[in-house]
Design a binder for this molecule. Structure first.
Ligand code: HEM
Length: 393
């Protein structure tokens, strides 16, 4: 296996997996994935901790249902990947100490952004449309949130004279410190908390804590709330998603479609199992809806975006295995191997570290340049919204 991993790295560097015939490309990608699993998963949950969020006592329902906060996905380590646990890292801890000021702002992030990310002309995507951005933003709202940032202690970024940004310096809310680390410092690099559960559990629809989940549920037939006129919180405007930074119509649309999907699943389950309670219907519909979302992302969305024939085959193999969809549908899983029968339903393997999404994962998923912007300056959305939040306008 190690030999295969070494060879994959060498071939990829020399030739590039994308230039190889599909079978060889797939073999190379497998080797690259093994390397990443061995070398690029770094645990931060072992750093000293205090004031961890409470978890409920173990219960039989943890075997068949998701918890609101994502705890008990791993029964041996119930806090693994739960809401308000730490982001992991893909690079070794020793290189994750931030530089002190002023080095950290040198070169200026604004200069980097203007040089590398300014859109001088709109380059249309020819195979996909803006729904691609809406879908991915909908995904990251399930996976990750660093919270709303410290508005009273922002990063101050000095601007060049020709910068069209309306206020100088530019103020960017600072990422909140990890409250589970000791204040005195422990000599280890800083970490941050993921406010959402790290798992692919559709928490953008169901919330990442029980109080939110209760507010989102209708309380009957397992369904989520949605008003007749389509608004989610007609009687509680403070919960209106339009008030959350980053809101736009595309995001709301995805949210809406999958709330309605949840309710449609409840209808179907209710017909099949008329004796089920609101709780049973809700919990089972959530499992189905979350699995549906993960499947759409893996075998439809991602291959549409990374549409190289080798990655399309690799992504389908992630879900169905190399034996393919037809065998999976006819016979179910025929093997324990993730290669032959896919990752879904296979053995659990966290590859040596407790599961957590990572800071690097968040950084690469900030795909704001995907969003069409209007106006000559075509500024990134993020900074535009951050400014609005700081000035309170
Ligand atoms: C109209 C569309 C969008 C708007 C207005 C928007 C706005 C925002 C805002 C205001 C933030 C928080 C502020 C910050 O951390 O800088 C944010 C964070 C983020 N956005 Fe977007 N965004 C949009 C689309 C997208 C899309 C398409 C993606 C693609 C995946 C994306 C990925 C992210 C990520 C990964 C974060 C960091 C989340 C965190 O760590 O808490 N956003 N966005």
């Amino acid at each position: 296996m190690r030999l295969h991993d070494h060879l994959a790295l060498a071939v990829d560097r020399k030739v590039g997996w994308q230039r190889l015939p599909k079978p060889l490309g797939l073999l190379t990608l497998m080797g690259l994935r093994d390397n990443l699993r061995r070398k690029n998963l770094h645990d931060t949950s072992g750093y000293p901790a205090q004031g961890m969020p409470d978890i409920e006592p173990p219960a039989a329902r943890h075997l068949t249902e998701r918890t609101a906060d994502g705890s008990y996905n791993d029964l041996d380590n119930p806090r693994m990947g739960m809401a308000r646990s730490r982001f992991g890292r893909n690079v070794p801890p020793e290189v994750t100490f931030p530089e002190p000021q002023p080095q950290i702002l040198t070169p200026s992030p604004r200069e980097v952004s203007r040089t590398l990310l300014t859109r001088d002309e709109f380059i249309p995507a020819t195979s996909v449309n803006a729904l691609v951005a809406a879908w991915l933003q909908f995904m990251i709202r399930d996976w990750i949130s660093h919270g709303q940032g410290a508005v009273d202690d922002p990063w101050r970024i000095e601007l060049e004279g020709d910068d069209p940004w309306p206020t100088s310096p530019m103020l960017v809310p600072r990422t909140l410190p990890d409250t589970t680390r000791s204040e005195g410092g422990d000599g280890l690099p800083p970490t941050h908390i993921n406010e959402n559960s790290h798992w692919w559990d559709a928490s953008q629809l169901y919330g990442s804590d029980l109080a939110t989940q209760r507010r989102l549920r209708s309380g009957a037939h397992g369904k989520l709330r949605v008003a007749r006129d389509g608004r989610l919180f007609p009687d509680a405007p403070e919960l209106d998603p339009a008030n959350t930074p980053g809101f736009w119509l595309g995001l709301l649309m995805m949210q809406h479609v999958f709330i309605l999907e949840h309710n449609a699943i409840c209808d179907r389950l209710g017909r099949e199992f008329p004796a089920w309670s609101d709780e049973q219907l809700f919990q089972r519909a959530r499992l189905i809806n979350a699995a549906l979302i993960a499947k759409i992302h893996t075998v439809e969305w991602t291959p549409a975006v990374i549409s190289h024939p080798t990655t399309v085959a690799a992504l389908r193999a992630n879900w169905y295995g190399l034996l393919g969809e037809r065998v999976q549908r006819l016979l179910g899983r025929t093997s324990r191997s993730e290669l032959l029968s896919g990752i879904v339903g296979g053995d659990t393997d966290h590859f040596g570290v407790p599961y957590a999404l990572t800071e690097e994962f968040v950084a690469v998923y900030r795909m704001h340049p995907w969003c069409p912007t209007t106006g000559a300056s075509a500024r990134p959305w993020t900074t535009r919204c951050s400014r609005r939040r700081i000035s309170g306008s």
